[in-house]
Design a binder for this molecule. Structure first.
Ligand code: NAP
Length: 260
C-alpha cells in the first residue's frame, strides 16, 4: 500500500455539480491524502449541493466562478492566493455543449454552438492555466477530463468530440510552455460514467452499456478509478509525465470490435 501525504499541498477543483461528478471523485482522493482544497462552482444553484459535500471537511473553501468569465477567474484566483498563498494542483472538470448540437447531424453544427462548446470545454483550460500560472509552485500539476470521441467518431458526440480534441491539443501546448516552471499538464480520458453532463448526451444509456461490453475488463471504469488516476497524475507519483492523455476506461478504446 502506497500512502500519499499531501498535507503541505493546495489544490483548486473546478466543476463539481454533485456527488456523482468526476471532479468530486478526484477531490475525495485529494482530501483523503490531506490536501487543502478550494472549489469553484458555476452558478448559485450548485452552492447548496457543494456545501453538503464539504460539510466536515477541514481546509476547504468554495467560490462561485463561471470559467468563461475573465472577471470571475480573476476573483477566484485572488481568493486562492488569499486562502493558500500558492497552488500545487489544478483540476479542470468542466464541459458543456448545447444539447441541440448533439441531437442533430454534425454537419448542421451552428457557429454559436461550436463557439460555446469549444469555449466552455477547451478554452477554459487555457484561461485557468494562465490565471493560475503565478500561483503554481514547481512540482505543480494541472489535469482536465477528456473522452475518446476526440480520436474516433462516437455517434451524437458531434461538436463535443471536436472540443475534446482541442482540449487534448491545448494540453500539449500548455505542457510545452509550463514545463520550464516545473509544472505538468495532463488529460485523463475517462470512459462513460453516469453524471449530469453525461445525461445530456443523447443515447448515453446505450453507449454506456456498449462500452462495458466492448471493454477488455467487461465493465466500465468507475469515478473512483478516475480519482485514483488523478491522484497519481497530480502528485509526485506522476512526476515524469506531462502533455499526455491517459485513459481510464477499462481498456474500451483499444478495441475495434468484440466477437461473441
Ligand atoms: P458534471 O458532474 O455535470 O460536471 C460538469 C461540470 O462542469 C458541472 O459542475 C458544470 O456546472 C460545470 N460547468 C459547465 N460549464 C461551466 C462554466 N462555464 N463554468 C464553470 N463550470 C462549468 O459531469 P462530469 O461527467 O463529472 O464532467 C466533468 C468532466 O468530465 C467534463 O469535462 C466531461 O466532459 C468529462 N468526462 C465525462 C465523462 C462521463 O461519461 N461522465 C467521460 C469522459 C469525460 P453546471 O452544472 O452549473 O453546468
Amino acid at each position: 500500500m502506497i500512502s500519499i501525504d499531501l498535507s503541505d499541498k493546495a489544490a483548486l477543483v473546478m466543476g463539481v455539480a454533485n456527488a456523482r461528478s468526476l471532479g468530486w471523485a478526484i477531490a475525495q482522493q485529494l482530501l483523503e491524502a490531506g490536501c487543502k482544497v478550494g472549489f469553484s462552482y458555476q452558478g448559485e444553484r450548485l452552492k447548496p449541493e457543494l456545501e453538503k459535500l464539504l460539510a466536515g471537511h477541514e481546509h476547504t473553501w468554495m467560490a462561485q466562478a463561471d470559467a468563461t468569465s475573465e472577471d470571475d477567474l480573476s476573483a477566484l484566483f485572488a481568493r486562492a492566493k488569499a486562502e493558500f498563498g500558492h497552488l500545487d494542483y489544478l483540476v479542470h472538470s468542466i464541459g458543456y455543449a448545447p444539447r441541440e448540437a448533439m441531437e442533430g447531424r454534425f454537419l448542421d453544427t451552428t457557429p454559436a454552438d461550436w463557439n460555446t462548446a469549444l469555449s466552455v470545454s477547451a478554452y477554459t483550460l487555457v484561461s485557468i492555466a494562465r490565471h493560475a500560472e503565478a500561483l503554481l509552485r514547481p512540482g505543480g500539476s494541472i489535469i482536465s477530463l477528456t473522452y475518446h470521441a476526440s480520436q474516433q467518431v462516437v455517434p451524437k458526440y458531434n461538436v463535443m468530440g471536436v472540443a475534446k480534441a482541442a482540449l487534448e491539443a491545448a494540453t500539449r501546448y500548455l505542457a510545452s510552455e509550463m514545463g520550464a516552471a516545473g509544472v505538468r499538464v495532463n488529460c485523463i480520458s475517462a470512459g462513460p460514467m453516469r453524471t449530469i453532463a453525461a445525461r445530456s448526451i443523447p443515447g448515453f444509456g446505450e453507449m454506456y452499456d456498449k462500452a462495458a461490453k466492448a471493454a477488455p475488463l467487461g465493465r466500465n471504469a468507475t469515478p473512483a478509478e478516475v480519482g485514483k488516476l488523478a491522484l497519481f497524475l497530480l502528485s509526485d507519483l506522476g512526476s515524469g509525465i506531462t502533455g499526455e492523455v491517459v485513459y481510464v476506461d477499462a481498456g474500451a478504446h483499444i478495441m475495434t470490435m468484440k466477437l461473441d
